[in-house]
Design a protein around this ligand. Structure first.
Ligand SMILES: C[S@@+](CC[C@H](N)C(=O)[O-])C[C@H]1O[C@@H](n2cnc3c(N)ncnc32)[C@H](O)[C@@H]1O
Length: 277
């Protein structure tokens, strides 16, 4: 069971009103369950109990999600000495996002992570056949692509991200859908294992340039081109780091490299570009 400040606020509000129970989400807005309110305790469906002080702590930490375990609350976050990065599941009114050292992996300005995902996927619809999702993250692009495709390969090189995704209720399908294969590897090398003309679409949603320069390189674009079927599309997130001018230059440089790699029909799309083989 996972809650954030949204649910903690609802529970305290229900107590204030003198209610004996209330329905809240225990899986970050996917479904609802009943929580009892008895003698200053909030009793969850599996009989775990939290008190008001614990809920107030959750409300104070409004950019964290909390796992309820052994009547305690645990922030879903971790620091890795290996990568020297801090990973955190961040709640929104809809699906959560993941922050890696303070950088959000979805567009959350004026939209939810799911709306962001729909726009990314929507820019290369119709999707069918076999899809490559280069950078898994919480897997929202892979999961949505799998609703249309026959099969989706998604790649994640950071085991800390995989650990957070395994706790996220919105990422469950990554690990139990027969239509999705999660590859625990870096896509720069992994793409070389795929056959020529194998994919009907590629979704390329990399971290910002400074964190993964190789995923913006001509060599990598040539590999994507090789692995894509003729007349098939790629969506490439180019993001919004830095100033407006830097944004434009990054998209322009990416477009030039995609063209050099052989892509045609390069167009601006939601926070990125689309192109065709
Ligand atoms: C912007 S997020 C992707 C978000 C994802 N599309 C989703 O829907 O949740 C980028 C992800 O790429 C991962 N990553 C970075 N370098 C990678 C590489 N070389 N190969 C595969 N994944 C990589 C990061 O760890 C991060 O989780």
């Amino acid at each position: 069971m996972i809650i954030s400040h949204y649910e903690a606020e609802q529970l305290l509000e229900a107590k204030k009103k003198g209610l004996k129970s209330t329905d809240i989400s225990l899986d970050l807005n996917l479904s609802r369950a009943s929580v009892k309110i008895e003698n200053d305790f909030f009793i969850f469906p599996d009989n775990q109990k939290l008190d008001e002080a614990q809920l107030k702590k959750i409300i104070k930490n409004d950019t964290s999600c909390f796992l309820i375990k052994d009547n305690s609350i645990l922030k879903i976050q971790l620091f890795s000495e290996q990568t020297n990065k801090f990973y955190k599941l961040v709640p929104t009114k809809n699906a959560p996002t993941i922050e890696i050292s303070g950088i959000r992996m979805h567009v959350t300005k004026e939209m939810t992570p799911m709306e962001d995902t729909k726009k990314k996927i929507g820019s290369i619809m119709p999707i069918k056949g076999v899809v490559l999702d280069t950078c898994m993250g919480l897997g929202y692009t892979a999961i949505l692509a799998s609703k249309y495709a026959d099969f989706v390969f998604t790649c994640e090189r950071d085991e800390n991200v995989l650990e957070i995704a395994q706790l996220n209720p919105w990422s469950r399908e990554l690990f139990n859908s027969k239509k999705i294969s999660v590859l625990k590897a870096g896509i720069f090398n992994e793409i070389k294992i795929f056959k020529n003309n194998m994919f009907d679409a590629v979704i390329h949603d990399p971290p910002r340039l400074s964190l993964a320069t190789e995923l913006y390189s001509l060599d990598f674009y040539k590999q994507i081109f090789r692995a894509l079927k003729k007349n098939s599309n790629i969506y490439h997130y180019t993001g919004s780091p830095g100033s407006k001018n830097r944004k434009i230059n990054l998209a322009k440089n990416v477009a030039e490299r995609l063209k050099t790699a052989g892509f045609k029909g390069i167009k601006r799309a939601h926070y990125g570009l689309t192109a065709r083989k």
